[in-house]
Design a protein around this ligand. Structure first.
Ligand SMILES: O=C1O[C@H](COP(=O)(O)O)[C@@H](O)[C@H](O)[C@H]1O
Length: 247
């Protein structure tokens, strides 16, 4: 099932996203010992952190079950301003929800190389896979170039992300700084139960049209599709990002 929800502005978009995350957790909870939630970086960090306090009381009873992973991460120290983990920490996301930090799976940033970092992250990810062999809820962003996670268009990360049998791969030369990153691959992304994309602002409008109308598979984000009949793909878009959809 694929659906696009267009809201009038960024705030309403994030509210709708948080409502859907909460409902997904409520739906999954009876069947799950734990629920894995993949977090993306970039603009999503501030947006989610500012809205999540409004969902705290509904989420409270599920917090012990939640396990947070990162859909991609930059290979920088954990207190570096480019680190997605640091971004969520400094925006109080985990402390607002009272998430114990041992339930947040971050990279070993002191691994000697980005390749070793990816292998270590994958080993720890394996214990979190759901019965489909993926994750429960992935919150995905999209860059103005159509990248998602650290899977970039016309780049080795994209072809490797499509073809690799690994859960996590290393990126050595990301076109967007910082250059060294780790990222989930498509087979595991697409094995997930709920795939929620968030796109706000007119900088994303061209890509949204090319993905949702033209179905242009040269764009990494267009290759995110649940493999399972009960998998959900939902796009949360504000009007500026949706402006090219009606033309
Ligand atoms: O570099 C990244 O960019 C994308 C998109 O970020 P945005 O700031 O344009 O929303 C993000 O989803 C990804 O996790 C991050 O590493």
């Amino acid at each position: 099932m694929s659906e696009a929800v267009i809201s009038e502005n960024a705030t309403k978009t994030i509210q709708t996203l948080c409502e859907s995350i909460t409902q997904a957790i409520e739906n999954l909870s009876p069947d799950r010992e734990f629920i894995t939630i993949g977090l993306s970086g970039g603009s999503l960090i501030k947006q989610l952190s500012s809205e999540i306090p409004n969902y705290k009381s509904r989420l409270e009873k599920y917090i012990p079950k939640l396990r947070f992973i990162f859909c991609d991460e930059r290979y920088v120290p954990l207190d570096h301003e480019d680190s997605t983990y640091f971004g969520f920490l400094s925006n109080q996301f985990f402390s607002i929800l009272n998430v114990p930090l041992e339930n947040v799976y971050h990279i070993k940033a002191d691994a000697p190389t980005v390749d070793e970092c990816a292998r270590d992250y994958e080993t720890r990810m394996k214990s979190l896979l759901n019965k489909n062999g993926g994750f429960d809820i992935l919150l995905l962003g999209i860059g103005p170039d159509g990248h998602t996670c650290s899977l970039f268009p016309e780049h080795k990360s994209f072809t490797e992300g499509l073809n690799s049998t690994n859960i996590v791969i290393a990126v050595h030369d990301s076109p967007k700084p910082p250059p060294q990153r780790v990222t989930l691959t498509f087979s595991y992304i697409n094995n997930s139960n709920y795939l929620f994309f968030c796109a706000v602002g007119d900088g994303k409008a061209d890509m949204i049209k090319r993905i949702l109308i033209d179905r242009d598979l040269s764009i990494p984000s267009a290759n995110v599709r649940p493999k399972f009949v009960n998998g959900v793909l939902k796009w949360f878009i504000d009007q500026p990002a949706a402006k090219a959809l009606s033309s």
